[in-house]
Design a protein around this ligand. Structure first.
Ligand code: SAM
Length: 216
């Protein structure tokens, strides 16, 4: 079980449900990535963010870690010839070692952390913090229950419920509910430096500072 058999249809499914809104959210903080020397992309999937990043002229060393070899193959093909500073690693974020000498100053996690239960997230974000450069940042893009009118909240809840059931059934994700990522990370001492909202707040992208790295 995993994302392998969803890899080829993932882009189409996304476009049918969300149009280009998820890709716009992934790219919302592109300037943060472009300033980085070493970038870790967690659960990068089929490589559409990576492709956009390279098209912007990113010169950083990049490691893409994903548990799905199907997704990694697509990402590698998509960026074929443009990705000479990119390493594609197959592995589970809950149990991985970064290559020697690689200590990212920016970590990207787009629509990834919502695959896990909160108990797992404590360890995952702990190892992100340990493995990153002091002063580093993490860009997280994910769904969030929208505020506002009842219709909007209802639509958000319904879509999240359907997505969780779908990915639990077809990809075996462990999440049972959508984590409130911004609150969860704030409680662990992470500081939100920038935020971009899409689809009336249903999709958010946050630039988070690692704990202990707060600037005045
Ligand atoms: C919902 S998809 C998101 C893909 C992409 N980042 C995006 O923006 O659409 C989740 C991705 O995380 C990967 N993934 C899921 N569980 C993982 C794990 N435990 N370790 C590493 N990657 C994992 C999946 O293979 C998939 O590519």
């Amino acid at each position: 079980m995993g994302f392998n058999h969803l890899a080829r249809s993932y882009h189409l499914l996304e476009r049918v449900v969300f149009g280009d809104r998820l890709q716009r959210a992934r790219c919302a903080h592109m300037e943060t990535f472009l300033q980085a020397k070493q970038i870790l992309l967690l659960g990068e999937g089929d490589g559409r963010f990576l492709e956009a990043l390279l098209a912007e002229g990113c010169r950083a060393d990049i490691v893409c870690l994903d548990a799905s070899t199907g997704m990694l193959d697509l990402a590698e093909k998509r960026t074929n010839g443009k990705a000479n500073k990119v390493r594609f690693l197959a592995g589970d974020v809950r149990n991985f070692c970064l290559p020697q000498g690689f200590r990212p100053d920016v970590v990207g996690a787009h629509f990834f952390l919502d695959c896990f239960r909160e108990e797992e997230l404590v360890d995952i974000v702990g190892s992100i913090a340990c493995g990153s450069m002091p002063g580093g940042t993490v860009v997280i893009t994910d769904f969030k229950l929208p505020e506002g009118s009842r219709v909007r909240r209802l639509r958000g809840r319904l879509l999240i419920f359907v997505m969780l059931v779908f990915f639990r059934f077809f990809a075996g994700i462990s999440a049972r509910q959508l984590p409130d990522l911004s609150n969860f990370l704030a409680k662990l001492g992470w500081n939100c430096r920038q935020k971009a909202l899409f689809d009336h707040g249903f999709i958010s992208s946050w630039v988070m500072e690692l704990p202990g790295n707060k600037r005045s």
